[in-house]
Every structure is written in structure tokens, then in C-alpha cells.
Design a protein around this ligand. Structure first.
Ligand code: GRF
Length: 190
């Protein structure tokens, strides 16, 4: 039985697409059961629809309390029989409620070699810090922002003439490979 994934996105959804590609392989141990976005205009939603994936929109602006927003997300995840949640560019901080519901079963991909550069604008900060190496991390989600246990990382070189865009593209490429590889490993163990 393939593990049923719920992918939470807010934007372009390139990680979601790379996971969807991986799921096309017959020996991949997971399938995408739901792509959910808090942003109705997320480009990734359109890609997901084109791929024939089930999508949901839960717009945070329609909720005055964070827990009500998360209860609604949870309702969609349960309805789609999701077994593992993958945050992929999901730009809302989650409260202990939703994180607690998915303890050990909610992953995030972050564009830095954690614990370096938690939070936003990681590529600019890596360049400013004159890092020689940068990269991405897949970690379990806990209530501390980008602080959950790291599962795996992928490093890329920082080149002398790098712009944030060039570095971001190199890291994003590494993200696509890493996230699917880790999902494959974890789902095999389930
Ligand atoms: C990625 O860099 C991811 O690490 C970060 O947000 C970005 C999302 O990109 N959390 P995409 O929407 O998957 O293209």
C-alpha cells in the first residue's frame, strides 16, 4: 500500500511537482492524496490540477483564530485520508495544535543547511555571511520555527560570482532531489 501524502503549499509548488513526478514511478512507496494551499492564487494549485491531483484551498484570511484555520486544514487532511504531511513552501507558521496532530509525520524542506539560517531570505543571508557551502534540509516539523530534528541535508557550493537568484536555483534543484529521496525512505519504513 502506498503512503498517502498531503502536500501543503503557498506558492510555485516546484517541490510538490518533483514529488508528484517521483510518485509516478511504480516502485515509489507514496502517492499524493491532497495538495492544499492557504493561498488561492498559488501557481502550484494550477499545476496540481493539471496533474489531476485533488486540491483544496483553506485561505487563512477567512479565519480569525489560528486554531480554526488549522482545524479546517485538519478536516481536509482527514477527509483525503492523508497519512503523512509534507510542507513544501507553506508560508504559515503552525501552532501546537496541527503540529501535535502530525508529530513524526509532518516534514518540511528548508532552503539552508540547518541550524544555519532559520527563517526567511536564506540565500541572501548565506551570501552576506560569505558561506562557501549552502544547501537545504528536510526536517520533522515541531513548534519551533525550522527547529525540528533534521532528517537529511544536501549541500551545494556557493560560487564566487553568485547572485541570490543563481544560488536559489542551485539549492532548489537540490531540494527537488532530496525531498523525494527522503519521502521514499520514510514511507518504506511506515
Ligand atoms: C523552497 O525553497 C522551500 O525550501 C521553501 O520555500 C520554497 C518553495 O518553493 N520552504 P516551491 O514552491 O516548492 O517552488
Amino acid at each position: 500500500m502506498k503512503t498517502r501524502l498531503g502536500i501543503l503549499i503557498s506558492g510555485g509548488g516546484s517541490n510538490m511537482r518533483s514529488i508528484a513526478n517521483a510518485c509516478e514511478q511504480s516502485n515509489f512507496p507514496a502517492q499524493i492524496s491532497l495538495v492544499l494551499s492557504n493561498n488561492p492564487d498559488a501557481k502550484g494549485l494550477q499545476f496540481a490540477r493539471e496533474l489531476g491531483l485533488q486540491t483544496s484551498i483553506v485561505d487563512h484570511r477567512n479565519f480569525s483564530a489560528r486554531e480554526d484555520f488549522e482545524q479546517e486544514i485538519q478536516r481536509h487532511l482527514i477527509k483525503a485520508k492523508v497519512e503523512m504531511v509534507c510542507l513544501a513552501g507553506f508560508m504559515r507558521i503552525l501552532s501546537p495544535f496541527l503540529v501535535g496532530e502530525w508529530q513524526g509525520k509532518m516534514l518540511n524542506i528548508h532552503p539552508s543547511l540547518l541550524p544555519k539560517f532559520r527563517g526567511l531570505d536564506t540565500h541572501r543571508r548565506a551570501l552576506d555571511a560569505k558561506e562557501k557551502t549552502h544547501g537545504c534540509s528536510v526536517h520533522f516539523v515541531t513548534t519551533g520555527l525550522d527547529q525540528g530534528p533534521v532528517i537529511a541535508q544536501s549541500a551545494v557550493p556557493v560560487l564566487a560570482d553568485d547572485t541570490t537568484q543563481a544560488l536559489q536555483a542551485r539549492v532548489l534543484n537540490a531540494e527537488h532531489l532530496l525531498y523525494s529521496r527522503i519521502i521514499k525512505q520514510l514511507c518504506r519504513q511506515l
